[in-house]
Design a protein around this ligand. Structure first.
Ligand code: FE2
Ligand code: FE2
Length: 193
């Protein structure tokens, strides 16, 4: 049994500089909870999924490409707990391939569950809020942020692996579409009469 709470404390501490940003530990915590739910529904190995979720964005503390850069700190953190080499390798592959371009390289159900959970947190109004927050952080002009957000909201940006994630995504995509149409109406003032 791996000491999950110990890893959780280490990750939280190491990501503390990102607090208040759209890429803080709060996102990791939501991914952990979403992935736990998906793992139970999809019969994935809970321990691997939870460790992969906690460590998936640890590379954010270094820079981009954060998925690849996260492998070494994840390995360092995992050596602090009692873990089999085979399990460690599974978790490191989850970290390495959790972003959009790693999608096709994922081989385990656990990797797919974490990938799905991470992307669920990037859609719905959570995703919209994060997009606007990141736009503010990067000084993106408001109109560009709106355009990007409407585009993403209308185009269902991710294809999910698991059926459980697909069901959640359908609800969140519907909310995004409604948001985009409403925002368009308001900004063009077609809603005022
Ligand atoms: Fe990430
Ligand atoms: Fe993430």
């Amino acid at each position: 049994m791996i000491d999950l709470q110990r890893i959780q404390r280490i990750v939280k501490e190491e990501m503390s500089d990102l607090e208040g940003t759209a890429r803080s530990y709060d996102h990791v915590d939501r991914v952990l909870k979403i992935a736990t739910y998906l793992a139970e529904k999809e019969n994935a190995d809970l321990e691997i999924v939870q460790m992969g979720s906690l460590l998936h964005d640890i590379g954010r503390t270094i820079g981009e490409p954060h998925a690849e850069k996260g492998v070494e700190p994840a390995r360092r953190i995992l050596t602090e707990v009692d873990i089999l080499r085979e399990e460690m390798n599974k978790i490191l592959r989850i970290v390495e391939y959790h972003d959009v371009k790693g999608r096709e390289k994922l081989e385990t159900l656990e990797g797919k569950v974490v990938w799905d959970a991470d992307k669920i947190d990037l859609i719905g109004l959570t995703g919209v809020s994060r997009t606007f927050h990141i736009s503010g952080e990067t000084n993106t002009p408001f109109n560009d942020a709106v355009k990007w957000c409407i585009y993403r909201s209308m185009h269902q940006p991710y294809e999910f692996f698991t059926e459980t994630a697909q069901e959640i995504a359908e609800r969140r995509y519907a909310v995004m579409k409604h948001f985009a149409l409403t925002l368009k109406n308001e900004l063009s003032l077609t809603d005022i009469k």
